[in-house]
Design a protein around this ligand. Structure first.
Ligand code: FES
Ligand SMILES: [Fe+2]
Length: 416
């Protein structure tokens, strides 16, 4: 249980809040190049700030404050220039650093523009995502996690905007027991109502769970009934990459699966399901699968009811029904909530580190280390024993328009 004040500290992400300052020490995805193919500007709200993501005519992405400093219109309607973005209202132009470079109707010898600078954040592209860093300089390196930089990969990027605070989504990732209930018994109950049976690895009982801090976050471990500590689920586990990413194991396939919880503001989260599939050196990836496949993940049906017949939909139902910002002043935590308690403690410690002027957990500044960060990941994961097709169709990947092709490609590659 937390006090109201403690809950606010951990959930509020706007400028000059303790958690907001911690978030601003990490690179965060802000957009998807595929989404920008047919347009040059996009309104983006991130960490409670309203911004415009744009691609100028040189092909470079930029990220600046949404409001023009002249008369306050939205530059989402701006005109991309060779370098920078021009406001549509009176033509002031801003470069990617936010410096005003042109005020076409001011006197030719005016120095006014030199004194006009707007908020601008650096952006980089990696793995089919556009990333930004909104914190103090010098910026750390953009961490090259294995899944983002894997070569010869087919990339799926599913996305949804969820009307909830980021932290309750992350806490779900520190709560292994829910898989047994929500994705096991609850799913079995739903299917039994339709007269269908359910035999699934998710039903297996947890005997033990464990959490260890490591260089980039927290490793989660579990022992299920009938398993020993020698199995990958305990021995290797899988990580929560601090502070907003879950990386899950993949059952021996050459795949990477990240779930990114990016705070739009205190009550909305951009959820990205990032999957990179590496079918192996013997498989030629057709050209149309070499670009990331971007798609929306639905979580409600046409009647406004939650879609609970797939794993991620079940999770989303629980996150949203906790309320916009989960009320942690009335919760009753039990022994199985030790991962959640640890994560809150870690957040508090890292907030304190940032307040002392130090780099928080997982900050990367060594280019050598950043060539590729290989995350520890169980390769034999208990619920991935059912085969590629079954697994792919039970998760949100079922909504990817190329899912059939992917299954076909992997079955031809001999992956079961
Ligand atoms: S409001 Fe943008 S140039 Fe006038
Ligand atoms: Fe789940």
């Amino acid at each position: 249980m937390l006090s109201q004040e403690q809950n606010q500290i951990l959930t509020e992400v706007g400028p000059n809040t303790p958690m907001g300052n911690l978030f601003r020490r990490y690179w965060i995805p802000v957009g998807i190049p595929e989404d920008m193919k047919t347009k040059s500007t996009k309104k983006v709200r991130i960490l409670g700030e309203d911004l415009v993501l744009f691609r100028d005519r040189s092909g470079n992405f930029g990220l600046v404050q949404e409001r023009c400093p002249h008369r306050g219109v939205s530059m989402v309607y701006g005109i991309p220039e060779e370098e920078g973005l021009r406001c549509q209202y009176h033509g002031w132009c801003f470069n990617r650093k936010g410096q005003c470079t042109d005020q076409p109707n001011e006197p030719k010898d005016s120095t006014f523009k030199e004194r006009i600078k707007i908020t601008a954040y650096p952006v980089q592209e990696m793995g089919g995502l556009i990333w930004t860093y909104m914190g103090p300089q010098p910026a750390p390196l953009l961490p090259r996690l294995d899944g983002y930089v894997a070569e010869n990969a087919i990339r799926l990027i599913g996305q949804a905007v969820l009307p909830v605070n980021w932290l309750q989504i992350m806490e779900n990732s520190l709560d292994p027991i829910h898989t047994e209930w929500l994705h096991g018994h609850y799913h079995a109950y739903l299917l039994s109502q339709k007269g269908q049976g359910f035999k699934d690895a998710f039903l297996r009982e947890h005997e033990k769970i464990g959490f260890d801090k490591f260089e980039y976050g927290v490793i989660k471990r579990r022992v299920l009934k009938g398993q020993s500590e020698l199995e990958d689920d305990w021995r290797v586990g899988h990580p929560v990459v601090f502070p907003y990413t879950l990386a899950v194991g993949s059952g021996g396939l050459g795949t990477y699966a990240f779930q990114l919880r990016i705070p739009i503001d205190d009550t909305h989260t951009w959820h990205v399901w990032y999957n990179a599939y590496v079918p192996g050196p013997d498989v030629d990836i057709p050209p149309h699968l070499q670009e990331p496949c971007v798609y929306d993940v639905p979580y409600k049906d046409e009647n406004g009811e939650f879609l609970t017949d797939y794993i991620d939909g079940q999770d989303i139902m629980c996150w949203i029904t906790q309320g916009e910002i989960a009320d942690r002043t009335t919760e009753k935590l039990g022994t199985t909530d030790k991962g959640i308690i640890m994560y809150r403690q870690l957040l508090k410690e890292e907030i304190a580190r940032v307040e002392r002027g130090e780099d928080p957990l997982g900050t990367v500044r060594d280019p050598e280390k950043n060539k590729c960060i290989v995350l520890p990941l169980e390769r034999k994961k208990h619920h991935f024993s059912d085969g590629f097709e079954s697994i792919t169709m039970r998760f949100q990947t079922r909504f990817a328009p190329i899912v059939e092709e992917l299954i076909d490609l992997f079955s031809k590659a001999g992956v079961k």
